[in-house]
Write a new protein. Structure first.
Length: 91
């Protein structure tokens, strides 16, 4: 059953396109790395502010922005990671 699922994933049009185009694969891979950087880059300053660093920066101002940036980074990381997984799902 798992082998059939992996074959179905590998035969999907996005997976085929990524396997055929080196440039597309590189772009998706770079987007994946950047989305992880966005996720961590948004979480770190928010956590530092919650721990008491930068007390002059109001949490009400940066909290919603950094939370939205982290959510965007997470969503992009999931999408691009799924695309990268689809290239060789059995491995």
């Amino acid at each position: 059953m798992a082998a059939e699922l992996f074959e179905w994933i590998a035969a999907a049009p996005p997976a085929v396109a990524l396997r055929r185009s080196a440039l597309l694969y590189i772009v998706v891979n770079a987007a994946h790395i950047l989305s992880i950087a966005l996720l961590i880059g948004a979480i770190l300053p928010l956590d530092l502010r919650l721990m008491g660093w930068f007390p002059s920066v109001p949490l009400a101002v940066i909290g919603p922005f950094l939370s939205a940036a982290a959510a965007t980074g997470l969503a992009l990381a999931i999408v691009t990671g799924t695309l990268l997984f689809s290239v060789r799902p059995a491995e």
